[in-house]
Each structure stands twice: as structure tokens, then as C-alpha cells.
Design a protein around this ligand. Structure first.
Ligand SMILES: [Ca+2]
Length: 129
């Protein structure tokens, strides 16, 4: 707690470490004669957002691919979806706008321009919260 002069003070509380339910924040003051008064507020702690689920159905881990390959899967987020970005190795190759909370996606990857060998398909999901 820090005293800011006069009758002003402040204290910080890390709600990020608190359980996601109601909490009562209370403060009490005692004057020079020993009389005490207390004030309390009820607050609700909730998560900043629920985590997303991403399932990449195609291609599968270690699969040998050639020609045009479908990069597809299913994603969901209870906070709402915004977009999924598809990267091949570190290059952004496609951005698919999304709405709702559960969507399948599909993108046609022409692998004929790629060198033979291992490549990494990476998905970045953007949600509403
Ligand atoms: Ca979320």
C-alpha cells in the first residue's frame, strides 16, 4: 500500500493470480482514538479470454506431399474467431478471415514451387479475445 498524501492511498492487487469468482476487497482504517471503520467492494474476476483449439487435418505430420495439397483443419474459440494465417516455413502464404466460434478452413498449397525436403506448415489464429 502506498500513501499519497492527505487522505489518499492506493494498493495494487494482482487479479491474474486470483480464482475466477467473486472476491471481496476490504479496507479498514483506525484513527488515533482507536475507532475503526471498514469499506468493502465485491468484484468478479474472469479470464481475459478462453484459449483456442486448432486441429490441422491435412497435411499430417511427416506426410510426403506433391502437387497441390489441401491445408485444412478445424478451429474454434468461444470468444469468436477473426482470422487464421497460414505460414509455410516462415513466409505468410494465406490469411483467411473467419467469423463465428467454430470454422473449418482450407487453402490450396501448390508445392511444385517448393524445394524437396522438409517444410513447416504453421497456423496463427486470431480470436476476438
Ligand atoms: Ca480466445
Amino acid at each position: 500500500m502506498s500513501y499519497q498524501g492527505g487522505n489518499l492511498w492506493s494498493a495494487s492487487w494482482d487479479a491474474g493470480t486470483a480464482s475466477q469468482t467473486h472476491h471481496v476487497l476490504a479496507v479498514s482504517a483506525t484513527d488515533a482514538t482507536g475507532r475503526t471503520s471498514m469499506e468493502a467492494v465485491d468484484v468478479m474476476v474472469s479470464a481475459a479470454g478462453t484459449p483456442s483449439n486448432i486441429a490441422l487435418d491435412s497435411p499430417t505430420e511427416g506426410e510426403t506431399v506433391s502437387g497441390v495439397v489441401s491445408v485444412s483443419g478445424l478451429i474454434s474459440d468461444q470468444d469468436g474467431l477473426r482470422a487464421v494465417r497460414i505460414y509455410i516455413d516462415s513466409a505468410l502464404r494465406s490469411e483467411i478471415p473467419l467469423q463465428g466460434t467454430t470454422r473449418s478452413f482450407s487453402w490450396a498449397w501448390d508445392t511444385s514451387q517448393m524445394s524437396n525436403g522438409q517444410h513447416c506448415v504453421r497456423l496463427c489464429l486470431y480470436d476476438q479475445a
